[in-house]
Design a binder for this molecule. Structure first.
Ligand code: 0WE
Length: 258
């Protein structure tokens, strides 16, 4: 019988905003598998919610980390070095673009909007990894980020986030190559549309989800728990031979030609 046991392992999970977050579903799976979990929040507005959620994960840590501020990333690395001494799991579930850049014309994306989306949603993955490298090298680690099909297909309104996800997926492959020599694996889950804080309020999101459920081989949408389970697999020793991979958790949607 195969069970996933992450006891004695340390997991940093970034990108939890509320109970609907895919990062939260992943944090819960890691916790149930026995890992010690650290959640980060980007600003004071998100702090109370993340602290409340962390209250459900016995022995967890909550730290501030704004990925546009190297100082705060460095502070997380220092704290985890002191408290844990090693990091076996890193989950990056962070994305942000200005709201107007997800509604207007892609061709009209401002320089600042483009830079912000790529900095927060893509550059942060390698930058955080760089800051955590001494911790990640200790025992070999498994890294995971979250992507979306719009990295490689045209999706109405996803606009500059598609640019960011394309860069993010290339970063998964490049990091897999570079860090593989140190026993570090790097993968992504490409999730189908889930009603998270990041997705709600997106114009046309509900009709898009309906379309997805109609067309997908499984004839339904996915749940955040399904993302959590696939993530747990990739982050565990069951996936010891897998790196540089984009794993689709999308009810099969991406295989369709019509
Ligand atoms: O990656 C995402 C969402 C990312 C996102 C969402 C927001 C909304 C509020 C990034 N930045 C912001 N900034 C805000 O101010 N998804 C995969 C969910 C999503 O977002 C879409 C989608 C889907 C699916 C936007 C347009 C079209 C489809």
């Amino acid at each position: 019988m195969v069970t996933i046991d992450l006891s004695g392992k340390h997991a940093l999970v970034m990108g939890v905003a509320n109970h609907r977050s895919l990062s939260w579903a992943i944090a819960q799976q890691l916790h149930h598998a026995g890992a010690r979990v650290c959640l980060t929040y980007a600003n004071e507005r998100l702090k109370p919610m993340v602290e409340e959620l962390a209250g459900h994960l016995h022995g967890s840590l909550v730290l501030e980390c704004d990925v546009t501020q190297d100082r705060t990333i460095h502070a997380v690395a220092r704290r985890l070095t002191r408290d844990w001494g090693s990091l076996e799991v890193l989950v990056h579930g962070i994305a942000y673009a200005n709201k107007e850049d997800l509604e207007g014309k892609f061709v009209a994306t401002s320089r600042e909007g483009f830079q912000l989306a790529l900095e927060v949603s893509a550059y942060s993955f390698l930058n955080v990894t760089h800051h955590m490298l001494p911790l990640l090298e200790q025992n070999g680690a498994s890294l995971l980020t979250l992507s979306y099909l719009a990295a490689e297909r045209a999706v109405p309104n996803y606009n500059v986030m598609g640019s960011a996800k394309a860069v993010l997926e290339q970063s998964v492959r490049q990091l897999a190559w570079e860090l593989g020599a140190r026993g570090i694996r790097v993968n992504a889950v490409s999730a189908g549309p889930v009603s998270t804080l990041a997705a709600r309020g997106i114009h046309g999101f509900l009709s898009m989800q309906r379309h997805h459920a109609e067309k997908a081989p499984l004839r339904r949408n996915i749940t955040k728990e399904e993302v959590g389970k696939a993530a747990l697999f990739l982050l565990s020793d069951l996936a010891s031979g897998i790196t540089g991979e984009i794993l689709y958790v999308d009810a099969g949607y991406h295989v369709m030609g019509v």
